[in-house]
Unconditional design. Structure first.
Length: 226
C-alpha cells in the first residue's frame, strides 16, 4: 500500500524551508536596524560631547585672548611703520598682542568650523545662529584691536563720540573693562555676552544627549528637541 504522506513531504519541506528563510531574514533585518540605530545614536553622542567640550573650552580661550596683561614676547613680531617712533610703536603693542593671541588660537577656531556642519546636521540648520555668536565675538575683537592700533597715534582731538568709541573698542578686547563701563556704554559687554550665550546654547542642546536620559519605557536615548 502506498504511503499516504509520500506525496506531501516535498512541498511540506519546501514550505518549512521558506518559513525558516523568511524568519532568518526578518531577524537579520531587525538586528541590522537595531545596529543602525545604535550607530546613529553613538554619532549623536560623539558630536554632542565634542560640542560641549568646545563650548566650555571657549571660556578659557577668550579669557586668554582678552586678558589685560600682555608681555613683550607677544608683540616681538609687530611690524613697524617707516619712521614710526618708539613711543608710537609702544602705544600699539598691547593691541597687537590681542591679534597675536587670536592667531595662536587658530586651532580652536578651526575645530569649531569643522564641528559646525555636523552640529547643524544633528540639531538643524537653525543652530548655525549659535555658532555665529562665537564667530561674531572673535571678529569684533579683531576689528576693535585693529581700529585701536590705527587710531591710538592719530593725534586727532578726543571728542565725546570718539572717546566713547575708543572705550567701546577697549571693552571689546579686554576682559573686565566691559563690566567697569557697563553703566556708561550700552554695548560694553557685547563680546562677553555673545561668548556666554554661545556656551549656554550649546550646553542646553547637547546636555540631554550626553547624559543619555531614557525616554519613558523606550530604553533609548532621551528624545531631545532642537
Amino acid at each position: 500500500m502506498n504511503d499516504p504522506w509520500a506525496f506531501g513531504w516535498t512541498p511540506l519541506l519546501t514550505i518549512v524551508g521558506f518559513v525558516i528563510t523568511v524568519g532568518i531574514a526578518a531577524f537579520g533585518f531587525r538586528t541590522f536596524e537595531r545596529w543602525r540605530r545604535e550607530k546613529i545614536e553613538e554619532k549623536k553622542l560623539d558630536i554632542a560631547l565634542e560640542a560641549m567640550a568646545l563650548a566650555h573650552e571657549s571660556k578659557y580661550v577668550f579669557e586668554t585672548i582678552r586678558s589685560p596683561m600682555s608681555f613683550p614676547w607677544e608683540w616681538k613680531d609687530m611690524p613697524r611703520s617707516p619712521g614710526e617712533s618708539d613711543e608710537a610703536a609702544h602705544n600699539r603693542e598691547p593691541y597687537f598682542a590681542i591679534l597675536a593671541r587670536i592667531d595662536r588660537s587658530k586651532d580652536f577656531f578651526e575645530r569649531l568650523f569643522k564641528l559646525q556642519p555636523r552640529f547643524m546636521a544633528l540639531f538643524g540648520a537653525d543652530s548655525e545662529a549659535i555658532f555665529m555668536k562665537v564667530h561674531t565675538a572673535r571678529r569684533t575683537i579683531e576689528v576693535s584691536a585693529s581700529m585701536l592700533m590705527k587710531t591710538i597715534n592719530s593725534g586727532e582731538g578726543r571728542t565725546e563720540n570718539r572717546r566713547r568709541q575708543h572705550d567701546q573698542w577697549e571693552c571689546d578686547i579686554w576682559d573686565g573693562m566691559d563690566q567697569a563701563y557697563a553703566a556708561d556704554l550700552p554695548h560694553a559687554t557685547r563680546v562677553a555676552d555673545q561668548i556666554r550665550s554661545f556656551r549656554d546654547d550649546v550646553v542646553a542642546l547637547c546636555e540631554p544627549v550626553v547624559t543619555r536620559k531614557e525616554s519613558a519605557g523606550a530604553g533609548r536615548l532621551f528624545s531631545w528637541k532642537p
